[in-house]
Write a protein that binds this ligand. Structure first.
Ligand code: KIV
Ligand code: ZN
Length: 512
């Protein structure tokens, strides 16, 4: 049996999704669950890119034991130094160095230009890129015993040149060579040709693990990644829920379940994942990042195992296999789980949270249990999604600079919506009132007035976490200041309160 390595980049490439925002503790919580899922590599961030990225990668490297912990670096010494500083504390660190190799990228980024003309030939520029890649792999290798090299935009790189680059970086000491389809451009048979060509033509290819990293611009990321396994790739880079830049990255859960369900379609390949962690982890990533999972998403969408049509329901009741190719239990969906409600005690709630994969301090658990009890008092059943929303709210590391003390809203038909708020700030109480286009607008304006700021609300999203009009509503708000975005989440059975909580948390992030 050959081993397939799963390299998770939810915390690096995934976090580059427009609208995603994860703070340090949220990243750590996701990393803990990724370790529980038994991924082989966690890419913990791009440490040189900001203090926050550095801190998160460093905390994950300190706290997580088991998977390899990787950090990303350009072929720049300062990047590699910062990456090494962040991850060296881990027992299995890996520096991931990348440079673009396609002519389009070389022309745009590296080729010397004077006026409208290039002053160096493409051949010279390519040679410079190759030399830079070799030197920086050597430098990374002088610091860290595990080094991965990525040829950015390999999918559109001249194959003869890519062959030279791959051979060069292997000679320089790379342990893993990654072939990204950065723009999601390749068709499966084209991508397979690239990997097969490298396997056949790179002299020293057997010294490394061949990795693939596919983006989903044409919806082909999973197809391309899985196809590459048949011609020698042994590592797939992917993200939970397929989150990532633009249309996203290859989705981990789809790869994992394709390998499990269709093991007969792959020759003697095995992976190490505990697939029962998939669903809780998908929920955690969605809750913490604020990126909703589309209903019909394979494996983790709400509809993935639901059978609405009568003919399907009839078939499934008689024999599951008529319309289901996977067991929901295999991805961690447990139809026989304990139902939580007003009679559930601390023990039951704690057990459910643990099943969902949350590691909570006693203080956080007590805080969550209090909110749970208030919600359970109002409704019959608290779903896993509602529970996850409550946890997501309280996970944020910021110090609650401002908190909601009182909110009163008047709205209805043919009246002007108005809100009054009282905000706690250290030992002061700040009061504001405003009218608005609707109750949410009035509440946000009253909060801004109380705090004395003028923020731009860029995005507002509300999601019902259960069926029924008594569902917990989860609100995600994105505010911006000087081009920087700050997200806040709030959950409540009262959606105006949820909106006010989300707005205040976004402001707290802005101020912290
Ligand atoms: O898509 C890409 O090329 C990347 C590299 C940095 C690996 O994310
Ligand atoms: Zn990428």
């Amino acid at each position: 049996m050959a081993k397939i390595r799963i390299f998770d980049t939810t915390l690096r490439d995934g976090e580059q999704s427009p609208g995603a925002s994860l703070d340090t503790l949220e990243k750590l919580e996701i990393a803990r669950m990724l370790a529980k899922l038994r991924v082989d590599v966690i890419e913990a961030g791009f440490p040189v890119s900001s203090d926050v990225q550095f801190a998160a990668a460093n905390l994950i490297a300190q706290e997580i034991d088991g998977p390899i912990i990787a950090g990303l670096a350009r072929t720049v010494k300062g990047d590699i130094d910062a990456c090494w500083e962040a991850i060296k504390v881990n027992s299995r660190p890996m520096i991931h160095v990348f440079i673009a190799t396609s002519d389009i990228h070389i022309n745009a980024k590296f080729r010397r230009q004077i006026g409208p003309d290039f002053s160096e030939s493409l051949e010279e520029a390519r040679a410079k890129v190759l030399q830079t890649a070799i030197e920086h792999v050597q430098y990374a290798k002088s610091l860290c015993s595990l080094v991965e090299f990525s040829a950015e935009d390999a999918g559109r790189t001249d194959l003869a040149y890519l062959t030279k680059v791959v051979e060069g970086v292997i000679e320089a000491g790379a342990d893993v060579v990654n072939i990204p389809d950065t723009t999601g451009y390749c068709l499966p048979w084209e991508f397979v040709k690239i990997i097969a060509h490298l396997k056949a033509n790179v002299r020293n290819i057997d010294q490394v693990i061949i990795s693939v990293h596919c983006h989903d611009d044409l919806g082909l990321a999973v197809a391309n990644s899985l196809s590459a396994l048949n011609v020698g790739a042994r590592q797939i880079e992917c993200t939970i829920n397929g989150i990532g830049e633009r249309a996203g990255n290859c989705s981990l859960e789809e790869v994992a379940m394709a390998l499990k369900t269709r093991a007969n379609g792959f020759d003697d390949l095995e992976h190490n994942l505990d697939t029962t962690v998939i669903y809780p982890l998908s929920q955690l990533v969605s809750n913490l990042s604020g990126l909703a999972v589309q209903r019909n998403k394979a494996i983790v969408g709400k509809n993935a195992f639901a059978h609405e049509a009568g003919i399907h329901q009839h078939g499934v009741i008689k024999d599951r296999q008529t319309y289901e190719i996977m067991n929901p239990e295999d991805v961690g969906l447990n139809p026989n789980r304990i139902v939580l409600g007003r009679h559930s005690g601390k023990h039951g709630v704690r057990a459910r949270l643990e099943q969902l994969g949350y590691h909570l301090t006693e203080d956080k658990f007590i805080e969550i249990f209090e909110i749970f009890s208030k919600i359970a008092d109002k409704k019959k059943e608290v779903t896993d999604e509602e529970l996850s929303a409550i946890v997501g709210d309280l996970f944020s590391e910021n110090k609650n600079v401002y908190s909601l003390d009182h909110l009163q809203v008047i709205s209805g038909t043919n009246i002007i919506p108005a809100a009054t708020v009282r905000i706690r700030y250290s030992d002061q109480l700040l009061v504001g009132s405003a009218i608005g286009d609707g109750p949410v607008d009035a509440a946000c304006k009253a909060i801004s007035q109380a705090i004395g700021i003028d923020v731009c609300l860029k995005q507002y999203r509300i999601d019902a976490k259960a069926k029924g009009t008594d569902s917990v509503g989860e609100v995600l708000i994105l505010v911006s200041e000087n081009g920087n975005n700050f997200a806040g989440r709030g959950s409540s059975t009262d959606i105006v309160e949820a909106s006010a909580l989300a707005f205040i948390r976004a402001i707290n992030r802005m101020k912290s």
